[in-house]
Design a protein around this ligand. Sequence first.
Ligand code: AVJ
Length: 331
Amino acid sequence: MTPHGYTFEDHLPADFSDQSLRADVTEGLTATQKWLPPKWFYDKVGSELFEDITALPEYYPTRTERTILHQNAADMVRAAGSETLIELGSGSSEKTRLLLDAMLAEVPDRASYVALDVSEDALRSACAGLVAIYPRLRVAALRADFTHQLEVLPPGGARTIAFLGSTIGNFEPTERASFLRSLRSVMTAGDHFLLGADLVKSAEVLVPAYDDAAGVTAAFNLNVLDVLNQRLDADFDRSAFRHKAVWNAEQEWIEMRLRATHDVVARVPGVGLRVDIARGEDIRTEISAKFRRAPLTAELAAAGFVERGWWTDEQEWFSVSLWVLAELDNA
Ligand code: AVJ
């Protein structure tokens, strides 16, 4: 226990963030179709903008997932029967409280919460907040990357591993498959996986959720250029780009892009790059995949999971589902 009331472990190598930023920028901005991974949105400004997005009238996912959790957390916790809740990409841990309330009602003295995130700031403020509200809860913060470091999770048995907010939608299908397989490889009998996944719906609802009237999502998207400017000493001119949100109906994902409004030459000294972007050319900054129940179940089955619960809202806009390992499904 630390003086803060929660434990903190840093599993990220000191230069992890710089190394992977440089590798991503070099790969993405020299590709024919330019791209940047969405993880670089989340510096301090970007994390605050994301919190603002979650409160926008057009951005339905957060409040829809919160409603589902609010209505069903007790059922979820009872179905999983866990004493340890582990949250991957915990961020502000805001919706987690609904699960913790339900867990503490079942096991008031033995409940533990483990937050895993790459952001030390987010981990510390979330865990400090939880310790203040739940004096009997054991709280641990793990600074780690859930795409590479799931082996840092505390050992299994009765754990629920939660991956909420449809963060899974940021993966491309092949990355998603390998994430699910590596998750499965660190799970054991008695563990459960709780997944928040945004569902396919009409483009009239989807597109405004990623292109809001107040321009918060545009600011969030453009902020990634500031991140490159600050961290790699680049000279991207934000005013030379426009935010775009496009529904890719074939892939069933939203693509966020930054479209050059005129020819741009940017220098990125941190990686020794000169980037030429033609007027009208896009940098793809995010995919946000939307799911359907049957194909999602098939993907999880292919990775070795079987469903134990599926909860949704009245409009079936968002789902929270519970999974166990398939070969242990002999109940
Ligand atoms: C945090 C990845 C789930 O894809 O909806 C919000 C991020 N991007 N608005 C999403 C996001 C633009 C969000 N995820």
